[in-house]
Design a protein around this ligand. Structure first.
Ligand SMILES: Cn1cc(C(=O)NCCN2CCCC2)ccc1=O
Length: 117
């Protein structure tokens, strides 16, 4: 119900599924493009095209620093990674394919951890 969703993430013990799914993402074979922020020296146009960069290391820092007020804020940052990836990469490129694969893995794992439990 929405009665618990607005309670701060740490009070409502929603931190556990966030930490779990982040660990699962970081250890996935297709996570290599998303572990760290995109290197803007290697991709000089990136910051012009992608206004809100996001990566798994940044999410981990925010989680550890209690910067997420709800699980929905956490989920939004994860989905931002994949939306940015679709903007900047062709679907059939190595990075583009990794993004589609990891997005499906995330949505499936997140549903298992938070709804069908
Ligand atoms: C998210 N994203 C990532 C890349 C990428 O190539 N990352 C480099 C990954 N390297 C692998 C070993 C060292 C670093 C390109 C475009 C993009 O949107």
């Amino acid at each position: 119900t929405n009665s618990t969703e607005s309670i701060p993430i740490r009070l409502n013990k929603e931190l556990a599924p966030c930490r779990q799914v982040l660990d699962d993402l970081e250890s996935h074979d297709e996570a290599w493009p998303f572990l760290l922020a995109v290197n803007t020296k290697q991709f000089p146009t990136y910051r012009k095209v992608i206004r809100n960069p996001m990566d798994l290391q940044t999410i981990g820092k925010r989680l550890s620093q209690n910067e997420y007020k709800s699980r929905d804020e956490f989920v939004s940052d994860v989905r931002l990674i994949f939306d940015n990836c679709e903007t900047f990469n062709e679907d059939n490129s190595p990075v583009g394919k990794a993004g589609h694969t990891l997005r499906l893995f995330f949505e499936t794992r997140w549903a298992d951890l938070t709804s069908g439990k």
